[in-house]
Design a protein around this ligand. Sequence first.
Ligand code: KG4
Ligand code: ZN
Length: 364
Amino acid sequence: MDSTLTFLGLESSCDDTAAAIVRAGPGGAEILSSVVAGQTELHAAFGGVVPEIAARAHAEKLDLCVEEALAQSGLGLGDLDGIAVTAGPGLIGGVMSGVMCAKGIAAGSGLPLIGVNHLAGHALTPRLTDALSYPYLMLLVSGGHCQFLIARGPEAFTRLGGTIDDAPGEAFDKTAKLLGLPQPGGPAVEAEAAAGDPRVFAFPRPLLDRPGCDMSFSGLKTALLRARDAAVAEHGGLPRGLRADLCAGFQAAVCDVLVEKSRRALRLYMAEAPSRPAFAVAGGVAANRVLRAALETLSADFGAEFVAPPLRLCTDNAAMIAWAGIERFRMGARDGMDLSARPRWPLDQTAPALLGSGKKGAKA
Ligand code: KG4
Ligand code: ZN
């Protein structure tokens, strides 16, 4: 039986500074505290995350977040068994801020230091929340990321496919922008789509005619732009009903692609005859109710358990980093003061490079 371990996790790879305390024992894992300080307002005027501003804000906020996470858990450094920190992939200045902070705490306290791949943090979250056993199938789908992985161990992932261009969240955000809806676009487009008819506009289903699990979403955005312009030209503006139809058509196309590619990924995964088959989704786009319902039905067709961790654990947080650190620690992994920050760090080092395979886009 695994002994009980309590870890501090640190996350600073994009625009969220986060610290969390996770305790894992034979009976399961518990998040004792999880503090996330966002930077949205710092970057709002620039239309995207400014790396230098992000790095400076992380450096200012990290120790405050650590103090807050410790205070909320009622623990001191002496109660911990280790420190896990995101060591990549991500915006290098932010990752360096986190790694330096973790090294400082480790050096001062004598606690073991564990570097964690940010994407592994996302991919291992279903084990923290639902105690899934390896191997399980995972769809990471966010604003900067989209890939299918078979998780086989804390450091063993097989990528079955991913987007060759935009991530779906990015496509939702751009669609919202083109239709005058607020950001983040996903929830706004989903709400608008609820009143629309997905059959009014015929959007393409990119790459469905090709075998495999790779996906493409940038063509959908162009198709939406053309459909919008044609509707505006015909009606002298965009009637509310047509805007809803555009959203519904776009959402249906994204869901169809994700569902069909998930079916293929599930076929490959189920062929391995896993003892406790499970399909987990994570990332902001997994909040989409239409997509979630479709993936749940699909999983049931395959006899696989469907797992969607709560949204606060699907988006960037440090509890997932603490958990991934515990998993690596249990495998015997230890890092030293030479731990370096890595801007790129693909989860499956053997898979051919794809956009989003090991690099964080807007956010991963
Ligand atoms: O995981 P996340 O919070 O940050 C990234 O790592 O990107 O995901 C944010 C993305 C945004 O692009 C947002 O539009 C999308 O997730 N999103 C949604 C929904 N809620 C958030 N997309 C579709 N439907 C939703 N309900
Ligand atoms: Zn992330």
